[in-house]
Write a protein that binds this ligand. Structure first.
Ligand code: UDX
Length: 390
């Protein structure tokens, strides 16, 4: 497997060994005897911020006349409301029901999420077909929401955009914490015990990214526009995400004395989150690109990423990012960064600033190494040693 996804290699090997998984060349060949066909093609952000449906349309055209009668055509891809209807019209057949069955897998835990889902959503204007698809998951013991096609299609966007708004809200509260002298860790702990809010998805960071939240927020704003609804709540969440990136850049600038031009900055982490080697819409890259544009010299390390990247030197040893650095910045929450020898890091560095955009490190450990620590929304943690000394 060329993607980092725990359990996936084993699953594919098991399928191949048992003979239950086969690969063939050509989509037409794959669907010939099928009872169910899953469309799992990408729907990236297209022109103007809408979902680009070209892959969905191309594959529908390709297989349309060879799908057996009675076979369900099931859309896993994230598609705007109305796409099931459009696929049905493109097929020009009434003997192939189209069912929307969005997935909610997170990268890095995709296999686990697939086998232990919080819920299954199936939607079609052919209710019997939707129920039949729901039954395919009977062994997974998850609640099944049977819906019409439009509702099922909207669930995926509604869920992802809610998560994005939750994170923008947390990042805003973290900013308030910094200005008011409060600690976001304590604030979110206090919020999270409220079961209506929940404890997950409450960690501030350099902004949310990845292959889904950015494109889905943008696509839902466009969908709303198409029905003359100005989704200001969601637009603000997107703007807040850009503002968060800029605040992180400003914090790093402050850490190197105010001027990024000519400064040397070591970056720990490039992936959009830990546990993946995915760089798509990575906030780490967004921050790096602004730092680079403002004249900083960048050296980066990520345990899952090698090779070359424009605008920075990528190294394969975390200690190399500290070499002659004015500041070291944690951008992705890889556990191994916690276990670095920060005394040794300090020896390598020219400056003494550590900016921890994920609140990953133990501040005391950084301060004990003679470095300064700044996180996000935790002004008191940065002062802890001074308080202890006085
Ligand atoms: C997301 C959805 O979670 C998943 O249900 C959907 O199917 C696809 O999109 P994924 O893109 O893999 O999954 O990443 P996720 O774990 O949701 O993280 C998204 C972004 O939010 C990352 O940049 C992550 O670092 C950030 N994040 C997440 C935070 O900053 N704080 C948190 O508390 C959680």
């Amino acid at each position: 497997m060329d993607i980092l996804e725990p359990g996936l290699s084993e699953l594919v090997s098991r399928g191949l060994t048992s003979g239950r998984l086969n690969f063939v060349v050509g989509a037409r060949e794959a669907v010939r005897d099928a009872e169910a066909v899953f469309l799992c093609v990408p729907t990236p952000m297209g022109a103007g911020g809408s979902a680009d449906l070209r892959a969905v349309e191309a594959v529908t055209t390709e297989i349309g006349d060879v799908i057996p009668a009675g076979c369900a055509l099931i859309t896993k891809s994230t598609v705007p409301v109305g796409t099931s209807k459009r696929i049905q019209a493109m097929l020009g057949r009434t003997d192939v029901p189209v069912v929307s069955n969005p997935e909610f897998l997170r990268e890095g835990t995709a296999v686990e999420d697939f086998l232990g889902p919080d819920r299954i959503v199936v939607g079609s204007d052919d209710v019997a077909a939707a129920r039949w698809v729901g039954d395919l998951y009977a062994d997974l013991a998850a609640p099944v929401v049977v819906a019409d096609a439009a509702s099922a299609e909207l669930v995926k966007y509604a869920a992802n955009c809610f998560l994005a708004m939750k994170l923008s809200y947390v990042n805003s509260i973290a900013e308030l914490c910094e200005r008011l002298g409060a600690d976001i860790d304590l604030v979110t702990e206090g919020m999270g015990y409220d079961r209506r809010i929940g404890r997950s998805f409450l960690k501030p960071g350099p902004g949310w990214g990845g292959s889904c939240l950015p494109k889905d927020t943008s696509a839902l704003v466009r969908v709303a526009e198409s029905v003359q609804y100005d989704f200001t709540l969601l637009t603000s969440a997107i703007e807040e995400n850009i503002a968060q990136r800029d605040r992180i850049v400003a914090k790093i600038a402050g850490a190197v004395g105010g001027t990024l031009a000519g400064s040397r900055i070591g970056l720990l982490g490039l992936a959009f989150k830990a546990g993946t080697n995915d760089l798509r819409d990575s906030p780490a890259l967004a921050v790096a690109s602004v730092l680079g544009a403002l004249g900083a010299e960048l050296t980066a390390y990520d345990p899952a990423i090698g090779g070359q990247l424009a605008g920075m030197t990528v190294v394969d040893d975390p200690y190399q990012v500290a070499k002659a650095a004015d500041a070291v910045v944690v951008l992705t929450e890889w556990d191994e960064f916690k276990r670095l020898d920060w005394h040794y890091m300090a020896e390598q560095m020219d400056g003494d600033s550590v900016v921890d955009t994920r609140n990953l490190l133990e501040p005391r450990q950084i301060l004990d190494a003679g470095l300064s620590w700044q996180g996000v929304g935790r002004p008191r943690a940065a002062l802890r040693r001074k308080v202890a000394v006085s």
